[in-house]
Design a protein around this ligand. Structure first.
Ligand SMILES: NC(=O)c1ccc[n+]([C@@H]2O[C@H](COP(=O)([O-])OP(=O)(O)OC[C@H]3O[C@@H](n4cnc5c(N)ncnc54)[C@H](O)[C@@H]3O)[C@@H](O)[C@H]2O)c1
Length: 346
């Protein structure tokens, strides 16, 4: 296969800002069709890319000759859309959170296996140059062993991001299921698992709805802030603080406290990664900006998935990785409800 023919399911913000332009910029991928129930939206974007427009993604799967789809609809639809695409014999890039329940996640992984197709989850934090550099520093062992971490992901909320603004599915219980936990929490759960190279075994936290309101002025029916504590198998402890009410901008920073010093990621305006050694020495890496909602940097997700399809290589972030991040967040939500720490089952 020389070119991957993509169908896009849901052409909202993530599709318009990342997947569609990134596929258009990749000479080995092509946007063939776009499906979105908002007819004008699908039509306008499809015309711009010389693609076919659909209001029903199932019709697109039936009529178009595709190799893969990018599933970019509301959270609750990720699982049925993914399973339908596997049944149509396609590879699937699904946005995060991959699913809203463990059962859905398992079903998606099984459907990929049965179809003998790839499943990738759009948890793009791992592909950011700052995070790749931080991983390289950690893995080199030159800062010693990780002891603890603090990671944040906080922005003003999806009402300023979604194509439908405050009316979007993000603020509705049934299509979203999870609030900031499903939106930003899975990203950070995945990032920290990957950075530390091990699993989390214990989680607890406070998950609340504090301030985010619908356009009618009512508090949203989903969480908007989560302060989560985690412990890894080897005993590394850390906090993951995520918020949709950071009205001052965006914070996507991480600090890893190690036996030989501290690694600061996304904390310094000029240097994406700063290492402060125990002996007072400093190592500064200019590795580019961390992508924010208002300052988008190419995510690399479509490039990575296209590469894996063409080279027949397992995706960089496969279904199991998506499942593990989801499991951490679902366990955190269960723990928060009881006010007790909960073990993450394996
Ligand atoms: N990886 C990331 O960094 C990242 C960032 C933002 C959003 N996301 C994820 O991407 C997904 C989409 O979010 P978004 O920000 O693009 O939201 P959005 O509100 O901007 O767009 C969602 C789109 O889905 C469409 N849609 C709704 N029902 C559909 C259906 N049945 N079939 C096809 N399309 C349908 C809507 O009409 C809309 O155009 C979410 O799961 C979200 O969590 C990922």
């Amino acid at each position: 296969m020389k070119t991957v023919r993509y169908g896009i399911i849901g052409c909202g913000a993530i599709a318009q800002r990342r997947h569609i332009p990134e596929a258009a910029a990749n000479r080995r991928s092509q946007i063939v069709a776009i499906a979105d129930p908002v007819r004008g939206r699908a039509k306008e974007i499809a015309e711009h890319h010389g693609a076919a427009a659909y209001t029903d993604y199932r019709k697109m799967l039936k009529e178009q000759k595709l190799d893969a789809v990018a599933v970019c609809g509301p959270n609750k639809l990720h699982a049925p859309m993914t399973v339908d695409a596997f049944k149509a014999g396609l590879h699937v890039l699904v946005e995060k959170p991959m699913a809203t329940t463990r059962a859905e996640g398992k079903k998606m992984i099984a459907a990929a296996r049965q179809a003998r197709k790839y499943l990738m989850v759009g948890m793009n934090q791992r592909l950011m140059p700052t995070h790749i550099k931080a991983k390289e520093v950690l893995d080199s062992g030159r800062v010693g062993k990780p002891i603890a971490f603090e990671t944040s992901f906080k922005h003003p909320g999806p009402d300023g991001w979604s194509v439908d603004g405050p009316k979007s599915w993000f603020f509705k219980k049934e299509p979203a299921v999870m609030g900031v936990t499903g939106d930003l929490g899975v990203h950070k759960a995945d990032l920290m698992r990957w950075l530390l190279g091990e699993e989390f075994v214990l989680v607890g936290g406070v998950i609340s709805t504090l301030d985010k309101r619908t356009e009618k002025g009512r508090l949203i029916p989903l969480d908007d802030n989560a302060y989560i504590t985690l412990k890894s198998r080897s005993g590394v402890v850390g906090s993951m603080n995520i918020s949709w009410t950071n009205y001052g901008g965006e914070d996507n920073g991480t600090t890893v406290f190690c036996s030989g010093g501290v690694i600061k990621v996304g904390k310094h305006k000029d240097f994406g990664v700063v290492v402060e050694y125990r002996n007072g020495e400093r190592e500064c890496h200019q590795v580019g900006a961390v992508s924010t909602n208002t300052r988008q940097v190419a995510s690399g997700i479509i490039d990575s998935f296209t590469d894996s399809i063409i080279k027949r290589r397992k995706p960089q972030i496969d279904g199991l990785e998506g499942y593990r991040a989801l499991d951490i967040i679902l366990t955190a939500m269960e723990a928060a409800k009881t006010g007790r720490f909960k073990k993450i089952a394996r």
